[in-house]
Ligand binder design. Structure first.
Ligand code: OSB
Ligand code: MG
Length: 372
C-alpha cells in the first residue's frame, strides 16, 4: 500500500526545554533537557520524532551528545536519499546500528509520522489502536520532604490524574510509602526504584508488599533478571520492568523467567515503534499487561507515546501526562490536555495528529543540522 517514500531531507534540532519542576530519581536530577528532534522530509510532507536521551549516561548509556554523533555519522548516511516502502523497511535499514535505541527510535518515529501522513491516516489507527482516549498517570520525582511530596500528589489529584507513581531510593522508601498511603488510602499508587536496590533489600520489598501498590517498577539492576524472578516469587505485588527490557529478546527472557508481571514500554528504550509493538504483542499473547512509560518528552515524543497507549494490551494508566505537567510551553499545537476523567484524547489528524510549532523550534534551537 501507499507509494515509496524517499527521504529527501533530514533535520536535527537541539532544543533546550526547561521543566517546571526538577525531576529527581534514584540516579539524579533533571531540570533542563536538550531535546533532540528529528524531522524527515519527502515531497511536501514532514515527519517528526524525538530522542529521549538525557544529558548523562544514567538511565541508559546514551546521552544527547552520543545520540547526535550516531545520527550524524551513521543514521543520516543510511537513510538520506533512500526510498522506503514502509516503516519496516526503514527500521531494517537502521537496525545495522547496534544499540543506541533512543536515537534510532527518534528516526523511526519520524518515518512513521511521515508514512502515516502520506496515507492520510492517524498513526494510532495504523498501529491498530483501539481507543480514542488514553489513561494518564503522573510520575512524581523524589522531593525534599514527605510533606512536599504529599502537596504535589494533592495538586495532581486535584488536576484529575487518577494514578500516582512515586520514585523511591534507599532512605526514601518505606516511610514515604507509609505516609502517602495514610494520606491517600485508596488511590492507585505505584513506586519506581530505577534500579537502586539489590537482593539484600528483600525484607524492604516484603514490607512494601503490604501497601496495596499497583506494581513495583525496576527494583534491581537492569541486567539482573534472575534476582527479579526471585523477588517476584516472594511478593504478591507485580514487578514491572523498565530499564531491563531494551529489546523483544529481553522481554522474552524476563517473561520466561518470571522476572516481571507487567512491562513498561518506552519506544526510546526499546528502539522504536515497531519494537514497542512487538513487545506489546508478545506480552499480550502471554497475558502480561503493559503500559507506556515516559521520559519527560516534549509534545513530539508525547504524541508517539499517546499513539502507542491506544494498543489493546495497554491495561494500566500510562506515564503520559498533559504538556503542562512538564513544560510552560510545548512545541506542538494543540498541547496535550488532561480531560476531567483523567484521560488524554488521542489526536485524530494524519500522523501524530498535532502541529509542530516549527518557528518556535527554530527560534529556540541551540543547534540545527540539515542534510539534503
Ligand atoms: O523510570 O520511568 C522512569 C523519567 C526519566 C527517566 C526515567 C523515568 C522517568 C519517569 C517520567 O518516570 C515519566 C514521565 O515522562 O512522565
Ligand atoms: Mg521507570
Amino acid at each position: 500500500m501507499g507509494q515509496k517514500l524517499k527521504v529527501e531531507k533530514v533535520d536535527i534540532f537541539i532544543v533546550p526545554m526547561e521543566l517546571k519542576y526538577p525531576f529527581t530519581t534514584s540516579f539524579g536530577t533533571e531540570k533542563k533537557r536538550r531535546v533532540v528532534i528529528v524531522s524527515l522530509e519527502s515531497g511536501d510532507l514532514k515527519g517528526w520524532g524525538e530522542c529521549t536521551a538525557g544529558e548523562g549516561p544514567w538511565y541508559s548509556y546514551e546521552t544527547v551528545d552520543t545520540a547526535v554523533h550516531i545520527a550524524k555519522e551513521f543514521l543520516v548516511p543510511l537513510v538520506l536519499k533512500q526510498e522506503f516502502n514502509n516503516p519496516t523497511e526503514f527500521y531494517q535499514r537502521i537496525s545495522v546500528v547496534r544499540g543506541n535505541n533512543m536515537i534510532k527510535a527518534a528516526f523511526e518515529e519520524a518515518f512513521w509520522d511521515l508514512y502515516a501522513k502520506s496515507l492520510g491516516k492517524p498513526l494510532y489507527v495504523l498501529l491498530g489502536g483501539v481507543r480514542t482516549k488514553i489513561f494518564s498517570g503522573v510520575s512524581i520525582g523524589i522531593k525534599g520532604s514527605i510533606d512536599e511530596l504529599i502537596r504535589h500528589i494533592n495538586m495532581y489529584l486535584n488536576m484529575g490524574y487518577r494514578r500516582i507513581k512515586i520514585k523511591i531510593k534507599p532512605g526514601w522508601d518505606i516511610e514515604v510509602v507509609r505516609q502517602v498511603r495514610r494520606q491517600f488510602p485508596e488511590i492507585p499508587l505505584q513506586v519506581d526504584a530505577n534500579a537502586a536496590y539489590d537482593i539484600s533489600y528483600i525484607t524492604l520489598f516484603e514490607e512494601l508488599d503490604k501497601y496495596n501498590l499497583l506494581m513495583i517498577e525496576q527494583p534491581f539492576h537492569y541486567e539482573d533478571l534472575v534476582d527479579h524472578a526471585y523477588l517476584q516469587k516472594r511478593i504478591g505485588t507485580p514487578i514491572c520492568l523498565d530499564e531491563s527490557i531494551h529489546s523483544i529478546h529481553l522481554a522474552k527472557a524476563a517473561i520466561a523467567l518470571g522476572s516481571t508481571r507487567v512491562i513498561n514500554i518506552k519506544p526510546g528504550r526499546v528502539g522504536g515503534i515497531i519494537q514497542s509493538k512487538e513487545i506489546h504483542d508478545y506480552a499480550k499473547e502471554r497475558n502480561i499487561p503493559v503500559w507506556i512509560g515516559g521520559m519527560l518528552e516534549s509534545g513530539i515524543g508525547r504524541a508517539h507515546l499517546v499513539a502507542l497507549a491506544t494498543l489493546p494490551n495497554v491495561r494500566y494508566p500510562n506515564d503520559v501526562s498533559a504538556s503542562d505537567r512538564y513544560y510552560h510551553e510545548d512545541i506542538v499545537e494543540p498541547e496535550f490536555k488532561l480531560n476531567k476523567d483523567g484521560t488524554i484524547s488521542v489526536p485524530n489528524g494524519p500522523g501524530i495528529g498535532v502541529e509542530v510549532k516549527e518557528e518556535f523550534i527554530e527560534e529556540k534551537a541551540i543547534d540545527i543540522f540539515e542534510w539534503s
